[in-house]
Design a protein. Structure first.
Length: 343
DNA sequence: ATGCATGAGGG
DNA sequence: CCTCATGCATA
């Protein structure tokens, strides 16, 4: 059972469903107040604002001042909401102009001679019967992707730009023509992601299906993945390293799936046993005004100290941890791919 | 498709 | 506490 590569259990039901977190931070009163003070009466949906551009800068400064201010007293000017709800998602311009961090992928999966396709062989479609979207016999539990462990290992390559960076740490296989440069090339990844999605759809498989099916590809250390991850892979909203690590796996699945599709090897079977209801994790929803403030702070100080975070949290009426996590997630976004990479 | 969250691993 | 890979919940 335990997939060979099963790693240290990575699941611990630590949900606090009764957490105060579930409540949406204070709604309006305060916010309106702030907005008024800021003399900004923008309209969320009506953002054809010509002001956004310059206000943006002002806002940042205002917030910067406020940030300093909160250390003393908390009665300073508040978040001005000039910025349109821009997709702050990846508007960053990662200065990756030069040295693409070609980190090695984990040896565990490095054996994927995939492109060389020297692995899809004997039992192509015999042993694995659930690559295609079909009823799941019985999902063990929650998926354990004993895959993360290795990612961490590989991530410590320090993809700092421009230093006399080390050589492509891929294992030198006898005749295995591994092409680190090709594998790590953002262009290639982008192209693959596109192809992958296209073909996946052609197979009539959903992102979630792919995620689950991955577990059926008994690749060492490779478990199931969520719809989220598959989606992010397709949309390139993963870190460069993550993309590189996942590519071989998804490619393996794709080839397998297509092979099986050819053989029409499927059985009309059982309805999946939907897992019993578990604890529901609640998501905090940070209101737009607060979010704008956070973004403004982030613009001037992406990595506020613990105290700073606490201050910001108090000012915005959010829990410190929520703010901390928000900053963490924000930093992660900046590191994601998409068009961010050198282009 | 994405926002907020968890947890491993490293300081 | 951070970074990263990932996931649940949700818009």
């Amino acid at each position: 059972m335990a997939p060979p590569g099963c790693f240290p259990g990575r699941y611990s039901p630590t949900y606090r469903s009764s957490d105060p977190r579930r409540c949406v931070p204070n709604p309006s009163s305060r916010i309106l107040e702030d907005a008024s003070l800021m003399c900004n009466s923008w309209s969320p949906r009506h953002n054809g604002d010509i002001f956004s551009g310059l206000n943006d800068g002002l806002l940042s400064r205002a917030e910067a001042l406020a940030a300093v201010d909160i250390g003393k007293h908390q009665s300073g000017p508040q978040p001005g909401p000039p910025l349109p709800q821009l997709k702050h998602d990846m508007v960053y311009h990662h200065g990756v102009g030069g040295p693409p961090p070609h980190n090695a992928r984990p040896h565990q999966m490095g054996h994927h001679g995939m492109e060389g396709l020297d692995m899809l062989d004997p039992l192509t479609s015999s042993s694995m019967t659930t690559l295609a979207p079909m009823g799941e016999a019985a999902p063990p539990h929650h998926q354990l992707h004993g895959y993360g462990a290795m990612n961490h290992v590989m991530n410590h390559h320090h993809h700092t730009g421009g230093l006399g960076h080390a050589p492509p740490a891929h294992l030198g296989h006898p005749a295995a023509a591994l092409h680190p440069d090709t594998d790590t090339d953002p262009r290639e990844l982008e192209a693959f992601a596109e192809r992958f999605k296209q073909r996946r759809i052609k197979l009539g498989v959903t992102q979630a299906d792919v995620g689950k099916a991955l577990a059926n590809l008994k690749l060492p250390g490779v478990g199931a993945l969520s719809q989220s991850t598959i989606c992010r892979f397709e949309s390139l909203t993963l870190s460069h390293n993550n993309m590189i690590a996942l590519k071989p796996i998804l490619q393996a699945w794709l080839e397998e799936a297509e092979a099986q599709a050819k053989n029409k090897r499927r059985d009309p079977d059982a309805p999946s046993v939907l897992p019993a209801g578990e604890k529901k994790r609640k998501r905090t929803s940070i209101a737009a005004p607060e979010k704008r403030s956070l973004e403004a702070y982030f613009a001037v100080q992406p990595r506020p100290s613990g105290e700073k975070i606490a201050a910001i949290a108090e000012k915005l009426d959010l829990k410190k941890n929520v703010v901390r996590v928000w900053f963490c997630n924000q930093r992660q976004k900046q590191k994601r791919m998409k068009f961010a990479a050198q282009h």
